[in-house]
Design a protein around this ligand. Structure first.
Ligand SMILES: C[S@@+](CC[C@H](N)C(=O)[O-])C[C@H]1O[C@@H](n2cnc3c(N)ncnc32)[C@H](O)[C@@H]1O
Length: 340
């Protein structure tokens, strides 16, 4: 999840984000002249650039991080009005598309999670190995991770760690967080890493730092990543024209499960149901998507060697059919109802 691989020992020079499963994403979206695409997670612009270089198409590129948008202005000068760059959240990509004059699009890509630029800059507060303010906000607005830890109830903190980090010792960590904040509020990443390490006995878990799960959970919560993913899928359903393609890259089973459930529901089958069985859709609404690859595409050994952060990536692809878009059911998608 944080692009989940090894973290840098310290905040070094900013690393450029390497696009993950790029060939698979391009094959899924089939860029061609005149086509309209939405890249809902612009980041360093890896997918957007590749799309714009592959054909005379147009891309609406969205990112909630103001620094990604500022850095993207260079790309804007290269591709002129074929690139429309907007700051915003992909949960509203359909509305943003209409505002940009794109009523129906040929492809949407979402590359879920944080970018290398966000992860590697200590001041963004995502890293448990580099000291920085305990921030973790991709959009640079709203409550920070420190605000959550210093203000939320103990049970809420435990629920966040359990549901979003799959942390088995969530209650013990939440208790230690509350004990520590009554003495001194949390402000820095290493304060939190230290508290978690003490609770878990300092042992690395499956070769990972003991605070990995706690940081992951807080990051997902601060940015409402699972809620946004679900809203983004619904927005893509509304924005795509029949025949248009949706490509989603995830890095964690919590995210992949949401994509899988959404597509299974929209394709008229419940997860796990064979596509050779008579369509459940006959009893429900008409399918609005056709699943293109029922098994997600994963990176090759060579890609993982070249970019270890790609190691847990999964790409799911579906094609929009002509049935109307349906309302979202967050609970059915497995988005935990957490509120600080
Ligand atoms: C994994 S990076 C994308 C990298 C990109 N595909 C590339 O090749 O450079 C994810 C990006 O999505 C952005 N992001 C995450 N959630 C978002 C949301 N709900 N709305 C808009 N942008 C989001 C992050 O700020 C980050 O820049």
């Amino acid at each position: 999840m944080p692009r989940a691989g090894p973290q840098p020992e310290q905040s070094g020079p900013q690393q450029r984000h390497v696009p993950v499963l790029l060939a698979g994403v391009l094959a899924a979206l089939e860029p061609r002249d005149g086509a309209l695409f939405i890249d809902g997670t612009f980041g360093a612009g890896g997918y957007t650039r590749a799309l714009l270089q592959s054909a005379q198409c147009r891309v609406l590129a969205i990112d909630q991080d103001p620094t990604a948008i500022v850095a993207g202005i260079l790309l804007q000068s290269e591709f002129s009005d074929r690139l429309i760059l907007r700051r915003g959240r992909f949960g509203a990509l359909d509305v943003m598309a209409v505002e940009a004059g794109m009523a129906a699009v040929d492809g949407v890509v979402l590359d879920i999670g944080v970018s290398s630029m966000q992860l590697d800059v200590a001041e963004r507060g995502f890293s448990f190995q580099a000291d920085g303010p305990l921030d973790m906000r991709m959009a640079a607005q709203g409550p920070t991770a420190a605000d959550i830890l210093n203000g939320a109830r103990e049970e809420t903190i435990a629920d966040i760690l359990f549901h979003l980090g799959e942390e088995r010792r969530s209650r013990a960590i939440a208790r230690a967080v509350v004990a520590r904040r009554t003495r001194q509020p949390f402000a820095r990443t290493l304060d939190l890493a230290d508290v978690v390490s003490r609770v878990l006995g300092g042992r690395s878990i499956e070769g990972r730092h003991p605070a990995t799960r706690t940081f992951q959970a807080l990051r997902i919560f601060v940015n409402d990543e699972l809620g946004e993913l679900a809203r983004g899928l619904g927005a893509a359903e509304r924005a795509l024209k029949p025949g248009g393609r949706l490509a989603v890259v995830t890095f964690h089973s919590l995210e992949d499960r949401i994509v899988k459930r959404f597509l299974a529901g929209r394709a008229g089958r419940s997860p796990g149901q064979s596509r050779h069985l008579p369509q459940a859709a006959e009893r429900g609404p008409r399918p609005s998507f056709r699943i293109v690859n029922s098994k997600p595409l994963t990176p090759s050994k060579a890609e993982i060697e070249a970019n270890p952060r790609a190691r847990s990536a999964r790409l799911r692809v579906a094609e929009r059919l002509d049935a109307s878009a349906l309302p979202l059911d967050m609970a059915a998608l497995g988005v935990p109802p957490l509120d600080a």
